[in-house]
Write a protein that binds this ligand. Structure first.
Ligand code: PMP
Length: 433
């Protein structure tokens, strides 16, 4: 051993091939920029208002209520009270009987649920259809599993008679959509309500997607983390409830979005055992267990919601009502300064058109940085307001067509939205003076 030459540095490559090309991530850069420069952060998607009292109380009770076993491992595939509550709720929502042990699995946030799906279903050479704009982690997760993402953009249609555009004006072209399916297609990722646009897919749009899934015998990974955040009387339709879809769909949800507690990182999957058994294999061999205390408190939260289901006191009724008001406030502030918001039907995000501001934002010499990146950085540094460039939610091939938009998050305290409004008011005065 002592006679072996000392090697100070490893010379062989350390990075696994599956990491090639996926190491860049917008959030690392933008979270840092927002901390350094912004006074008002409407960038990253999380509420700055507290989680509801009943949820906080449930956590306190779980922690100090005398059941010391809540500090230990619980069942690997989901804490029994939580999978039971989720099964009861989804039985109502889907109109079918569910077994809490085989039709529900708890994960560390919706993020881990997504990771489990891609690892469980996607093989080398499989194609996965992703609708643009998309929550950015889908693409690297498909690639890490050895799959090939195939992108299809929602295409905007100009609104009539000077009205604000709605997220409903962004639609799939049916012929273009059909052309993306091939014998290599394994799955499609659907995210309704959609981050970042706030689009809530209509029954007709979902029926078309379902028809193609059945025809080509493919899976649907249905990211429904914003399922309760729909506005203006819109209905969130679950694709798993359409004919032929239950058997091929995994529904993904998040307590982070459902109960305004993103830091708890409790998520879940709901679906048929024939799919969930493979998610359990990935889960068992990666994360294995999720935090017991958070699951216990979320279970209590769902129990409360089950007893108040459909009543005005229900958090699932109150949260979207409050958020709709916040959405409308932000829309007013943005219109005042000359941005053109696209009115979201759901989620707590709002995309705005910034094409009128090109002369305000200096060109960066020798840089090919897209306009929406330059705009958001300029806005952060010069106005103190943080938002996210929309082209970050597109594939490399389609990015350049969508650089005139930025995304704001409006799940914020009234004081935060008021501070954003003050910035925009001041900006407007500077523009007109
Ligand atoms: N899917 C979408 C569409 C999201 O927007 C997010 C969070 N921003 C997630 C999944 C991840 O959710 P979680 O925090 O529960 O992991």
């Amino acid at each position: 051993f002592l006679s072996l030459p000392l090697q100070a540095k490893m010379s062989r490559p350390v990075q696994a091939r599956r990491l090639e090309g996926i190491d860049k991530n917008i959030w690392v850069e933008y979270v840092n920029l927002a901390v350094t420069y912004s006074k008002v952060n409407l960038g990253q998607g999380f509420p700055d208002f507290p989680a509801p009292d009943f949820l906080q109380e449930a956590l306190k009770q779980a922690l100090g209520g005398g059941n010391h076993m809540l500090h230990q491992y619980t069942r690997a595939f989901g804490h029994p009270p939580l999978v039971k509550a989720l099964a009861q709720l989804f039985e109502k929502l889907l109109g079918r009987e569910l077994d809490p042990t085989t039709n529900v699995m708890v994960t560390v946030g919706a993020y881990q649920a997504l990771f489990c799906c891609f690892q469980a279903f996607v093989d080398e050479g499989d194609e996965v259809i992703i609708i643009e704009p998309f929550f950015d982690c889908y693409e690297p997760m498909v690639k890490m599993a050895g799959g090939t993402p195939v992108f299809i953009p929602l295409r905007p249609k100009a609104p009539k008679d000077g009205k604000l555009m709605s997220s409903a004006d962004w639609q799939l072209d049916p012929a273009e959509l059909a052309s993306k399916f091939s014998e290599r297609t394994k799955a499609i990722v659907l995210n309704s309500p959609n981050n970042p646009l706030g689009k809530v897919f209509s029954r007709g749009e979902l029926e078309l997607l379902a028809e193609l899934c059945v025809k080509h015998d493919i899976l649907c990974i249905s990211d429904e983390v914003y399922e309760w955040l729909v506005y203006d009387g819109k209905e969130h339709i679950r694709i798993a409830s359409l004919p032929g879809m239950w058997d091929r769909t995994v529904i993904i949800g998040s307590a982070g979005k459902t109960f305004s507690a993103t830091g708890w990182k409790v998520g879940w999957t709901v679906g048929p055992d024939r799919l969930l058994q493979h998610l359990r294999t990935v889960h068992q061999n990666s994360l294995s267990h999720c935090a017991t205390l958070a699951q216990e408190a979320v279970a209590q939260g769902f129990q409360r919601e089950l007893t108040l289901y459909g009543k005005p006191e229900s958090y699932f009724v109150q949260l979207p009502r409050t958020l709709q008001q916040k959405r409308d406030l932000l829309i007013q502030s943005l219109v005042a300064v000359g941005m053109k918001p696209i009115v979201p039907e759901g989620t707590y995000f709002l995309v705005a058109d910034i094409s009128e501001f090109k002369s305000d934002v200096p060109e960066v010499p020798n840089s090919d940085e897209p306009y929406d990146y330059r705009f958001t950085k300029w806005m952060m540094k010069n106005k103190g307001l943080a938002a996210i460039p929309l082209s970050a939610f597109y594939s490399e091939a389609h990015k350049n067509n969508y650089t005139n938009f930025i995304r704001f998050c409006f799940a914020k305290e009234e004081a935060t939205l008021k501070a954003a409004n003050d910035i925009l008011e001041k900006w407007k005065k500077e523009k007109t003076s």
